[in-house]
Design a protein around this ligand. Sequence first.
Ligand code: PGA
Length: 254
Amino acid sequence: MRKNIVAGNWKMNCTLPEGKKLASEVIHMVEDEVKNDAQVILIPPFIHLTGIHSLIGSSNKVLLGAQNCHQSQSGAFTGEVSAAMLVSSGATHVILGHSERREYFGETDELLAEKIKFTLENNLTPIFCCGEKLEVREANDHERLVSLQVEKALFNLSSEDIIKVVIAYEPVWAIGTGVTASAEQAQEMHAFIRNHIALKYDQEVAAEISILYGGSVKPENAKEIFSQPDVDGGLIGGASLKSRDFTNIVKAFD
Ligand code: PGA
């Protein structure tokens, strides 16, 4: 179901006290100041999920997500976390296929297809990340690469299931670099992804899917990026660690 979403990916940052402080500040500011109905998702490290879930309480604006999960229900996978565990800790969303997972942990689109199927079976919403590296953009090969990522990870899903997925287009060259894609570049790729889905499924299915932009989103550029017709919000890294900046990004939808 297409919604406006602002998700804060904390990555491997914040001790538990720091994370609780950050989450409380965001929850209060969002409750007090935000007028729009965007979904706000806090995505801390696994170990903070339950602590932050109790701070979120019954807020209907702020939800909880995780940064990854394993593709099996349970078993001998030391150090891994399952979708059912995340749900039982209060998470409703999980990021899958972040470029850092692809780059440093060797995650492939084939593996991500398994993870996505499994999270959906566990009623957890995947936030599937795709996006090209700088050399691919410079070779003007970004549309082909992103369409392959989307096809391999998502196109085995039924229409009923693919509309439950949130997609995050995150050009790798914009992540943590301070270089943001221009609003036109973001819109162009989001429209391309949506059209690619429409060709495989249909227009109604494509119109139902939230596509977020990620990569150096800040309070200063959020409004322009989010106002593009095919951009339904953002996946925010660095700026999600500052409660004021993150809340101001959510307020870009006001
Ligand atoms: P950034 O990270 O906002 O710090 O560029 C985005 C992301 O990695 O999701």
